[in-house]
Design a protein around this ligand. Structure first.
Ligand code: SAH
Length: 331
């Protein structure tokens, strides 16, 4: 557009720092330029279609509408150290894990880097807060939308953007090993989390189809390589489902497999997804499982459930096909 280069920086600050949703807000650009920009471009935005606030812990879930009338969900949680947002990376999911709601309505499309970021700006503006931590644990598989996710990370980390430190960002993957190696080469200071959920191929292949392509040993080797190269401890999520993966024998096998790795395990009591019918392990079983890990030198914590009354917990976010589908989420 034959503009001087400093204009790019000004626009970047409006888009990524302030989260502007209209060129009219960019008051340090001439009116003429603002008009030209809006003739050629649009700004991705997540419109708030619905908002649910947990009566139990104040967790907030948004149902966002995208420009093409697709819907995604995001969750904001308050911790002692600040606000964390759990963002979606895709509309729906292809991965087909048998315990997760995000995959039930199938896969529609990838989110753009702007749409991922816009979830943060929309929530910040609506709540009047500053979000300090980001977890990519909403709808979708971030490593199945790798390029856009990397652009998102770059922008969210940029000092002219939201300026969120890489150390405050977590990416969760069901285990797409090739992308783990790609990310390893970037040597970022973020936290990589693996949705493991089983100690062996027999159980994992039944619950997570991705395991057929990338079996447990291949995945764990990639995690060891990743930790060694980046110096960052890898986290594992392990959702406990009654009678499926929660025996002491399973815990022992898991501890054996992870022995000597720089890692941490988050145990998650399975959250209810009505179509799935999985049953949560008892508190006693969860404690026993955790103790076996600890006795064998593996760091483990049991994740506190947030947003349970608004279907905002891990694995409960879903790709809604139409607006009415959302109403059953109301509390
Ligand atoms: N696709 C990525 C990002 C989703 S993160 C991934 O698989 O990691 C959402 C986390 O919640 C994942 O660890 C997922 O396995 C877990 N999860 C899915 N369904 C769940 C359920 N019903 N209860 C508890 N955790 C669940």
């Amino acid at each position: 557009m034959s503009q001087p280069s400093f204009r790019a920086k000004q626009i970047y600050k409006w888009l990524h720092g302030s989260g502007s949703t209209s060129f009219d807000e960019m008051t340090n650009l001439s009116k003429d330029l603002r008009e030209k920009l809006s003739d050629i471009y649009y700004i991705s935005n997540c419109e708030i279609e619905n908002k649910y606030v947990s009566q139990l812990d104040g967790t907030v879930k948004y149902l966002f509408r995208l420009f093409d009338n697709e819907y995604i969900e995001s969750v904001i949680m308050k911790y002692k150290y600040g606000y964390t947002i759990c963002v979606s990376s895709q509309v729906g999911c292809k991965m087909g894990c048998t315990f997760c709601a995000s995959t039930l309505a199938g896969f529609k499309r990838n989110l753009t880097a702007g749409e991922i970021e816009s979830q943060i700006h929309s929530a910040q503006k609506d709540l009047g807060i500053r979000i300090s931590h980001v977890v990519m644990m909403g709808i979708g598989e971030p490593f199945d939308n790798y390029d856009n996710v990397l652009s998102f990370l770059e922008n969210v980390n940029n000092e002219n953007g939201l300026n969120i430190s890489m150390r405050n960002i977590t990416i969760s993957t069901c285990g797409i090993v090739d992308r783990i190696y790609d990310l390893m080469e970037k040597n970022l200071q973020l936290t990589l989390t693996i949705s493991l959920h089983a100690p062996n191929d027999e159980i994992r292949s039944k619950t997570m189809p991705v395991n057929k392509k990338y079996p447990v040993d291949t995945l764990l080797k990639a995690c060891r390589d990743y930790a060694e190269k980046t110096g960052r401890r890898v986290s594992f999520e392990y959702t406990l489902i009654k009678g499926v993966n929660d025996s002491e024998e399973n815990a022992l096998e898991l501890a054996e497999k992870l022995k000597g790795s720089l890692c941490h395990i988050n145990l998650i009591p399975v959250n209810d997804v009505k179509e799935r019918g999985n049953i949560r392990s008892s508190n006693e079983t969860i404690l026993k499982f955790s103790n076996v890990l600890k006795r064998n030198g593996i760091n483990a914590t049991i994740r506190r459930t947030l947003g349970a009354d608004i279907n905002a917990s891990c694995g409960q976010l879903r790709h809604l096909k139409k607006r009415g589908d959302a109403d059953e989420n109301s509390c």
